[in-house]
Design a protein around this ligand. Structure first.
Ligand code: SUG
Length: 445
């Protein structure tokens, strides 16, 4: 029996509002605001725990080492670690903001996953995303690869790839631009790669399109996906211009259901036709399209209506939408959701979660998680200690409460003490999660 597990990115000790992501409206609007790392990490863990308690398989991915000193040293800063940080801050605080981001918490960007049922060699394939469009995110891939190799270590079941080459032609933001439709999790599905730009063409949007057509093609190839069950759809330029910097800001799929905004794809009617054809004979497709007349794009992006987790819960016939509190506060979105669950469609219930600390950087419930469809054998083959049972939840909340600061202001990033505190936290985390003693750069000396 296959099921969908969700691996959530743990919020790191340096969670802050750096205003680093052009085209991500929330990130820009909250630049330099005071962040609350401890609250952010506990909000993320509470969401994850809630799904685990509902009977779903829930995992966690470790934060990365920030500030990332190897990058500052590569840029020519030298001396002790504290000297490197202070010098870099004096020279260019923007550099320090970039190497201090906790953006790896948005695990939907960590990798693209194809379950075994879709892959020619019958293994589960994982491609870490190079995240090369945004400087602060381009630092993530190598550590993400280590995390995936530690957790999905068994080569009998799992194939962890290298990130795609670091070139604009292969700009990759992972599962945030990938959807899968299937009759049941264990059945072969249709994998949809959504791209914002043709890597050989010109940038057509004012805001960066962070995924190319060539990226999806390369991933489908290396994962061994059957051509007839793969689609490459263009994200609507209108959506990118309105602030939908990933497809998962305007669309989400689960099992046979596609829930999307009317303006999610370029040539939406053609996109639907292509999806229908690819699904024909495999599954009974249900498209739930939200009209702009009911929820304007701007409201969908503000509320993150589509950055929701669409889940099949044990004991419930219809899917449940895990939505951010902001959906309740946005009037058109709230009205729409009331109507949605009242009618007899595939989505039967909405559950609201408070992930406001993440939302202020443009990260909703769906950004925080990486979906991995797997079976019992694969679950038992996992390495490290990444599955969130009651014990791990207790250990992690206790760990956060002891190590994380309550607040962080922009200038705190220059403080060498924050770097040392973060390292002490992550060093202990490698023991809690059984990640080995040389998992982070600072542990390798
Ligand atoms: O890449 N925000 C992230 C949000 C990622 C959301 N992920 C998905 N939609 N799947 C980004 O734009 C902001 C960091 C800052 O400004 O401090 C940031 O990186």
């Amino acid at each position: 029996m296959a099921f969908e597990a969700n691996f959530d990115g743990l919020v790191g000790p340096t969670h802050n509002y750096g205003g680093l992501s052009t085209g991500n409206l929330a990130s820009a609007a909250n630049a330099s605001a005071i962040s609350r790392p401890r609250e952010a990490a506990l909000q993320g863990l509470a969401k994850a725990r809630r799904l685990a308690e509902a009977g779903l398989i829930q995992g966690v991915l470790p934060p990365h080492d920030r500030p990332h000193l190897p990058t500052l040293r590569a840029l020519g800063f030298s001396g002790t670690d504290a000297e490197v940080l202070i010098q870099a801050w004096r020279t260019d605080p923007a550099l320090v903001r970039n190497v201090s981001s906790s953006a790896q918490m948005w695990a939907a960007n960590a990798a693209t996953i194809s379950p075994a049922a879709d892959c020619a060699d019958g293994r589960l394939h994982l491609s870490p995303a190079n995240l090369m469009t945004m400087p602060h995110r381009a630092l993530e891939a190598s550590q993400t690869e280590l995390s995936l190799r530690a957790i999905f270590a068994d080569p009998v079941h799992f194939a962890v790839h290298k990130p795609l080459p670091y070139q604009p032609l292969f700009a990759d933001e992972g599962a945030a631009n990938h959807m899968r439709l299937c009759a049941s999790h264990g059945a072969a599905g249709v994998e949809i790669f959504v791209w914002g730009r043709d890597g050989f063409g010109q940038q057509e949007t004012r805001f960066p399109a962070r995924q190319t057509l060539q990226t999806g093609q390369a991933i489908a190839r290396r994962h061994g996906l059957a051509e007839a069950r793969v689609l490459h759809l263009q994200q609507s330029r209108t959506a990118i211009e309105a602030g939908a910097f990933h497809n998962d800001v305007v669309a989400v799929a689960s099992l046979n259901v596609l829930f999307c905004h009317e303006l999610a794809f370029e040539n939406q009617a053609e996109a639907y036709e292509a999806i229908k054809q690819a699904c024909d004979g495999l599954l009974e497709l249900a498209i739930v399209e939200v009209p702009a007349a009911e929820v304007p794009l701007a409201d969908a992006i503000k509320s993150y209506l589509f950055n929701t987790q669409l889940l099949s819960m044990p004991g419930e016939d219809r899917l449940v939408l895990i939505a951010p509190e902001e959906c309740r506060e946005n009037e058109p979105t709230r009205h729409y959701l009331d109507k949605l669950v009242a009618r007899n469609g595939p989505i039967g219930r909405v559950q609201f979660v408070d992930v406001r600390q993440s939302m202020r950087n443009g990260g909703g419930p769906a950004c925080l998680r990486l979906r991995v469809v797997m079976n019992e054998d694969q679950l038992h083959a996992l390495g490290a200690r990444a599955i969130l049972d009651a014990d791990l939840y207790r250990d992690l909340t206790d760990w956060v409460s002891r190590h994380y600061r309550e607040t962080l202001g922009p200038d705190d990033l220059a403080d060498p003490a924050l770097m040392l505190e973060s390292r002490a936290a992550l060093d202990e985390l490698t023991r809690i999660m059984k990640l080995g003693t040389d998992f982070y750069p600072f542990q390798r000396g």
